[in-house]
Design a protein around this ligand. Structure first.
Ligand code: NAD
Length: 480
């Protein structure tokens, strides 16, 4: 049985309480590792270690900080295969996806922010002939980073790296469902020579370890990615303490397909945007709106392609849809499938659990599922399912589809398929979401602002936005 350890003060440590949690392998449903069930005692230790080195790290020349972070990126690349295997085993995602997306994006996060700090500048305002104003940017001190299970190392590093690059010490908690790659990363940080105490990775549940991070007064900012309900709890706890908050929360994203789209591109990308990572990407387009002129043709082709997706053990190269992350999550997704039927949805594909041969027969597999005939305001079309379940809805006019697309509490991302540039611009402007993709999906440029509106979040990650979040601006006015 593998044992995961906390990374605190540069050491790999047992949890203070000595208590562990089971870590399940989604492909088989078996326990394969033990995770520290950390609590406020471990967070207190991490804060104590971070406090000792925070000023040293903040004053470390940026070239040196950059070199260390680049060394970690290099070590991630050198251990690419091992990390991808660990990610796939821990999360249930197809190994090919972990190889192609998760791990390369994690090392790209290190490279991007490690080099960004070498090119930073700050503002200077001349007040006529009388004074100059300098904008100084200083690290916050100690910050907390809490990440989810769907893109484990990729989203974990998306937070911790800008925080470290900006000169902060970090107390970070990966999801208790997928702790393995963050644990492997702690070993790489030691190997790269990251000074002890600068990054502390504490494993455990949200209710204990996560809560303890949010409530510590020494931790000045919380960067969180996860569910909207958890985001609300964090605001409630951290708000009165005036902590800086960056919250990346849930979504119920529209995928809008106009008659004049490039049909094959829209079709093929919609398969990915619906079912990649078993539909467990906050940016997946789970509500697909198709204009009436191509609705029947799109439906037929989309259903056919969906039925041909191979569902099964994540390590097999032919697997396109792996296992869901946990048994409770699979049960939640199957519950939504029942709900969609109760709400009058017609099932076009999937709609059931898949049971592969032993030893994978206890794994958490759900067939990619499509419904049509549901109203825009039913629960299936309003609530985040976060699994391989999408709905198809026809529309006639731009106005009609915009009303439906914007008609949820969420506003994370949207996708638009059209070859008409005027329409693309018009519709993009009217969509109430933080991100709009036109004729593409999940295209990544690390410089761009990333985040949602309404109940999808608060603040933006990416590029200077992340480095801004992890620093405080101070205006120094000098009389001439
Ligand atoms: P979650 O909210 O259950 O957990 C996320 C993290 O928060 C975990 O590390 C968890 O242990 C911790 N946590 C839970 N309760 C906590 C508390 N009270 N205090 C502090 N920490 C706590 O979310 P999840 O199930 O891991 O992830 C799925 C959700 O994340 C979905 O809603 C998805 O849309 C969202 N998500 C959003 C983005 C984005 O960029 N907007 C990206 C990925 C996932």
């Amino acid at each position: 049985m593998k044992k995961i350890l906390n990374y605190i003060g540069g050491e790999l440590l047992e949890p203070v309480s000595g208590a562990y949690l089971d870590n399940y392998e989604p492909a088989t449903g078996n326990v394969y590792a033990q995770i520290p069930n950390s609590d406020s005692g471990d967070i207190a230790l991490a804060v104590e270690r971070a406090e000792k080195v925070q000023l040293d790290w903040a004053n470390t020349p940026r070239q040196k900080r950059s070199d260390i972070l680049l060394k970690i990126a290099q070590l991630i690349d050198e251990n690419h295969e091992q990390l991808a295997e660990a990610e796939s085993r821990d999360n249930g995602k197809p190994i090919k996806l972990a190889i192609r997306v998760d791990i390369p994006r994690a090392s790209a996060n290190f490279r991007f922010f490690a080099t960004a700090i070498l090119h930073e500048s700050s503002d200077l305002h001349e007040s006529d002939q009388e004074a100059i104003n300098l904008t100084l940017r200083t690290p916050i001190g100690i910050v907390g980073c809490i990440s989810p299970w769907n893109l484990p190392l990729y989203l974990f590093t998306w937070k911790i790296v800008p925080a470290l690059a900006a000169g902060n010490c970090v107390i970070a908690k990966p999801s208790e469902m997928t702790p393995m790659t963050a644990f492997l990363l702690s070993k790489l940080c030691i190997e790269a020579g990251l000074p002890a105490g600068v990054l502390n990775i504490v494993h455990g549940t949200g209710a204990k370890a996560g809560h303890a991070i949010v409530e510590r007064p020494e931790i000045g900012a919380i960067s969180f990615t996860g569910g909207t309900e958890t985001g609300k709890k964090i605001i409630k706890l951290a708000g009165p303490m005036f902590k800086k908050l960056s919250l990346e929360l849930g979504g119920k994203n529209p995928n809008i397909i106009f008659d004049d789209c490039d049909f094959e591109q829209a079709l093929n990308t919609s398969i990915h945007s619906s079912f990649a990572n078993q539909g467990q990407i906050c940016l997946c387009g789970s509500r697909i709106f198709v204009q009436k002129g191509i609705y029947d043709r799109f439906k037929a082709a989309f259903v056919e392609k969906t039925k041909s997706l191979s569902v099964g053990p994540p390590h097999l190269p032919e697997t396109k849809v792996g296992a869901l992350v946990s048994k409770p999550h699979m049960e939640k997704v199957l519950g939504y499938i029942d709900l969609a039927k109760e709400e009058g949805g017609q099932l076009l594909a999937g709609g059931k659990q898949v049971v592969p041969d032993a030893p994978y027969d206890k794994g958490y597999y759900v067939a990619p599922t499509i419904f049509e005939g549901l109203t825009p305001d039913c629960r299936t079309n309003q609530e985040e399912i976060f699994g391989p379940v999408v709905t198809l809805t026809p529309f006639e006019t731009e106005e009609e589809v915009l009303n439906m697309a914007n008609g949820t509490d969420y506003g994370l991302s949207a996708t638009v398929w059209t070859t008409n540039l005027d329409r693309a611009t018009r519709v993009s402007k009217s969509l109430n979401s933080g991100i709009v993709w036109v004729n593409t999906w999940l295209f990544r440029d690390l410089r761009t602002a990333f985040g949602g509106v309404k109940q999808s979040g608060l603040g933006r990650e990416g590029g200077w936005h992340a480095l801004d979040f992890f620093t405080e601006k101070k205006n120094v006015c000098i009389k001439l």
